[in-house]
Design a protein around this ligand. Structure first.
Ligand code: HSE
Length: 433
């Protein structure tokens, strides 16, 4: 189809051609006609910046350059799509692109979580767009709905499953009793995991994503270093089985709670989610964000949170948005937010807990443990026990909500009890409604 109203093409310079780059490129080829029609002008990728020129690529080599700087300074390029990830050299390249008058679309969660406020202000001051939908939740629209459709709400609570790799691993463990290492290897083979899977399984990736979502929802940048974080590497199949027996699933979640008028609690950790909560049925590589707003009530978004095609889809959505602004002569729709969100320390909040102890199977063990709980004002809601070989036993508790500080202090004391062999695991528990 020939679009008569098209004149000059919109030219894209792409930085990085890995998992997300490939998906983006393929979508642009496959859906070219619809994308051009929606923008109202033809869009083309004129250069692709790569770091390793020796890698085999399924594309015409003429597109590629290893001189990334030549892309961000090229006067013929209108939009820079940054898909390198990480801070160095992405931060400098994005800044240079904006300084040279280019709109930017990025999938880089670390960059936006750490430098979003500064970069969005820079974009705004130059009348440019800086979009980052693909940085959070792969193909699920989360950033734009929080910026726009839900913006009038006071967000009371958000809870997100934001790492596809971790959710894939936990689901495999739950459904197939798979080993942690095997499930991780499968997630890596499927292209979901980060270059270093520590970022996925230790909650670092989730902390970037929840920081971005909280920053948009509350209008101030949440510093990543203020986010309390625990990963999933210590979760065992035993914990998954106990959780199931009480009607819960274990998920790695990013949680944000409004605290008073000017602070938030933001944290990343595994949680036992009641089966009745919509997040409990989000499985595999699927991600979801559930939130409660004062007027909208409960909302949940879900979809494929990682992988080449879903993430490419989010990049293309942003490109279409920027393309429309260029065609319509808009002055840019970057929405700036300032630094300095006040994040309360984890010790200041309350949680319910699951606790699994390996103990000596002998008189008074249970009594000694309950004494410690009682002394810290921690009330036990449920309990299960079983004997283990070698005169040991396993005791598993669910507590009512208690102060995080009191629970941490109690655990220290429980660990030191002569009757306790080890604190096998402790996991926060979401209330059943
Ligand atoms: N490694 C991420 C995940 C995908 O597993 O969700 C990109 O953010």
């Amino acid at each position: 189809m020939v679009l008569g109203f098209m004149n000059q093409k919109i030219r894209i310079g792409m930085l990085g051609f890995g998992t997300v780059g490939t998906g983006t490129y393929r979508m642009l080829l496959d859906n070219r006609e619809a994308i051009n029609r929606k923008i109202g002008r033809e869009i083309e990728i004129s250069k692709i910046g790569i770091r390793d020129a020796t890698k085999e690529r399924a594309l015409d080599q003429a597109h590629f350059t290893t001189d990334l700087n030549s892309i961000v300074t090229d006067p013929n390029i209108d939009i820079v799509v940054e898909l390198i990830g990480g801070i160095d050299p992405a931060a400098e390249l994005v800044e240079a692109a904006l300084m040279h008058g280019k709109h930017v679309v990025t999938a880089n969660k670390e960059l936006i979580a750490k430098h979003g406020s500064r970069l969005v202000h820079l974009a705004k001051s130059k009348g440019l767009d800086l979009h980052y939908e693909a940085a959070v939740g792969g193909g699920i629209p989360l950033v734009q709905p929080l910026k726009h459709q839900l913006a009038g709400n006071e967000v009371i609570r958000m809870m997100g499953i934001l790492n596809g790799t971790s959710n894939y691993i936990l689901t495999k463990m739950e459904e197939e009793e798979a080993d942690f290492a095997d499930a991780l290897a499968e997630a890596q083979a499927a292209g979901y995991a980060e270059a270093d899977p520590t970022n996925d399984i230790e909650g670092i990736d989730t902390s970037y994503k929840i920081s971005i979502l909280a920053s948009i929802a509350f209008g101030k940048q949440v510093p990543v270093e203020a986010i309390y974080r625990e990963g999933i590497s210590k979760i065992g199949i035993t914990d998954i089985e106990y959780a199931r027996s009480w009607g819960y699933k274990i998920k790695l979640v990013g949680v944000v709670d409004a605290v008073g008028n000017d602070a938030v609690s933001v944290r990343v950790h595994p949680s036992m989610i009641p089966n009745s909560h919509p997040l409990a049925s989000v499985n595999g590589v699927y991600n979801a964000l559930w939130l409660h707003g004062d007027f909208v009530g409960d909302v949940m978004f879900s979809g494929r949170g990682a992988g080449s095609d879903p993430t490419g889809s989010a990049v293309i959505g942003d490109l279409i948005d920027v393309g429309r602004n260029i065609v319509g002569g808009g002055s840019g729709s970057a929405i700036p937010y300032d630094m300095g969100m006040n994040v309360v320390p984890i010790d200041d909040i309350q949680s319910a807990f699951y606790l699994r102890l390996v103990v000596k199977d002998r008189p008074k063990t249970l009594g000694e443990i309950s004494m410690v709980f009682g002394a810290h004002e921690i009330s036990i809601a449920e309990m299960q026990m079983r004997t283990l070989p070698h005169d040991q036993g396993e005791i598993v508790f669910l507590t009512h909500r208690a102060s995080e500080k009191a629970f941490a202090d109690a655990i220290k004391q429980v660990r030191d009890l002569e009757s306790v062999a080890s604190v096998a695991s402790s996991i926060r528990v979401e209330d059943k409604q």
